[in-house]
Ligand binder design. Structure first.
Ligand SMILES: Cc1cc2nc3c(=O)[nH]c(=O)nc-3n(C[C@H](O)[C@H](O)[C@H](O)COP(=O)(O)OP(=O)(O)OC[C@H]3O[C@@H](n4cnc5c(N)ncnc54)[C@H](O)[C@@H]3O)c2cc1C
Length: 441
């Protein structure tokens, strides 16, 4: 028997706009007492929910229990900017692109995840949270323009379609004269992240049992694994850990995962006068030409959302102070783009956890008999989390899916550099990359 004790629990702070603008969630059902099941999934983000949905398809009648330490949608799955990106999106590069063969594989994987999400959206009637509208890339200056040129050459090589946009087009769409040019790529889908994951969980709840506010504190493995929370336990033959970076709290993948935070602010609903002075299209989603720049969305609820700044937080926590400090950077970036909205106040500000590996691979697989991990989504968890959840369920249930072999052929997450070099190096690299993003930030 092996015992995995969690040294930390997730504790995402209040203030996430996506969650707050939704109606109040249903009451929680915390885990209490001893429950028996066939499967336990730990984590109700993209990976955990995708695994749960896939298992209901593969193992009709099996008892599936999903446990989350927080409310579903409260963690990173409900905090992100909602870009489900099909194309290469290597955050650690100058223009998102990587090696061509690897990128073709990534596109195939990302599209499988978007298709899975589209099917779930249709099956459960979640269309209000999902829009297959593609994404804009905006260049704020000549350097951004050059990065986009490099990206479009790469897309040409991959034979992927896109539309070039000039400054006038960008202003017609965003209302802002900030962007000197851009492109539109049609394959991305955009979600209201908290709405989507909460809707998915609620729809699955008639086939699986969901316990929220129930942090898993210990897992004991055996003929049946036993998953403990402070007030209860579940025994099951199969356990899937879908907790992203928190997997390291259980002593797994130690010193192989990088814990990075990124931050967002959301305005109040714009008044009719503010909407008029802004102009542009009523809904759009834009990522920066430089991966370290600001992504911006105008959402159907009449609000704007801006995200920027990456920080290295190896203790997996942010603070009100850090969120407030980065909020001032959001205000500066927002004012530079939308001077006509100088009276538009930010109503919500938040930060959230990304988990990356040095070699951009997931922490995926069977780590002990019938104990599986689907973690480390390298900053693109809407698609990579969904994919790893689908595929871990396929692997665990013995379903035949060639994508399982592809994801298993990746290397292990590479070991981090020794301390203090790792932390100093990560801070320095992020600082330098964000400085280099220049006006795109
Ligand atoms: C501001 C921001 C913007 C982002 N923008 C994008 C974007 O536009 N597109 C994109 O693809 N990605 C984006 N991301 C990243 C994306 O949100 C994550 O990659 C994704 O949420 C990871 O999915 P996951 O299911 O693996 O993990 P998570 O979403 O982190 O879910 C893991 C769940 O496990 C639970 N958990 C952890 N430990 C325990 C425990 N001990 N017991 C029980 N439950 C536990 C957590 O509470 C959590 O709900 C963004 C992230 C942030 C913060």
């Amino acid at each position: 028997m092996t015992v995995y004790s969690a040294k930390r629990r997730p504790g995402d702070l209040t203030g996430c706009g996506w969650y707050e603008i939704l109606p109040a969630p249903d009451p929680t059902c915390e885990l209490e007492g001893h429950v028996k099941a066939d499967w336990v999934i730990v984590g109700g983000g993209f990976a955990g929910l995708a695994a749960a949905r896939r298992l209901t398809q593969l193992r009709d009648g099996d008892r599936i229990v999903l446990i989350d330490a927080q409310r579903v949608g409260w963690g990173a799955a409900g905090r992100n900017s909602g870009f489900m990106i099909d194309l290469p999106h290597e955050l650690n590069s100058e223009s998102y692109a990587g090696a061509e063969e690897e990128d073709r594989k990534q596109i195939r994987h990302n599209r499988a995840a978007i298709d899975f999400t589209r099917e779930a959206v249709e099956e459960y009637g979640l269309q209000q949270y999902f829009s297959p509208c593609g994404k804009y890339h905006g260049a704020a200056d000549r350097a951004g323009g050059k990065a986009l040129e490099a990206f479009t050459r790469h897309l040409d090589g991959l034979q992927e379609p896109y539309t070039r946009l000039d400054a006038e087009d960008m202003q017609r769409i965003t209302g802002s004269d900030f962007y000197v040019g851009g492109i539109h790529t049609p394959g991305a889908a955009i979600i209201q992240p908290a709405g989507y994951v909460r809707g998915l969980a609620r729809s699955l709840a008639d086939r699986i049992t969901i316990h929220e506010n129930s942090p898993v504190v210990r897992i004991e493995t055996g003929t049946e694994h036993v998953v403990h929370t402070p007030n209860g336990r579940v025994s099951a033959r199969h356990v899937i850990l879908a907790v992203n970076g928190q997997v390291e709290s259980f002593g797994l993948y130690r010193r192989r995962l990088m814990h990075v935070y990124t931050f967002a602010s959301m305005t109040r609903a714009l008044t009719a006068a503010q909407q008029k002075s802004l102009g542009g299209a009523p809904e759009w989603a834009l990522i920066p030409a430089d991966p370290m720049g600001s992504s911006v969305r105008r959402i159907r609820e009449g609000r704007m959302v801006i995200r920027n700044t990456f920080t290295y937080n190896p203790d997996m926590e942010t603070s009100e102070h850090q969120i407030a400090r980065i909020g001032r950077a959001h205000d500066r970036s927002f004012a530079a783009r939308f001077p006509m909205l100088s009276d538009a106040e930010m109503e919500y500000r938040w930060g959230g956890h990304l988990c990356l590996s040095l070699n951009s691979v997931p922490a995926f697989g069977e780590i002990e008999e019938r104990l599986y991990t689907a973690c480390c989504q390298n900053g693109l968890g809407t698609v990579k989390g969904t994919l790893s959840g689908m595929l871990i369920a396929d692997l665990a249930a013995g379903a035949n899916n060639p994508l399982v072999d592809e994801i298993r052929s990746f290397d292990e997450p590479r070991r981090l550099y020794p301390e203090p070099f790792m932390t100093l190096g990560a801070h320095a690299k992020l600082w330098w990359m964000q400085r280099r993003a220049g006006r795109d930030l």
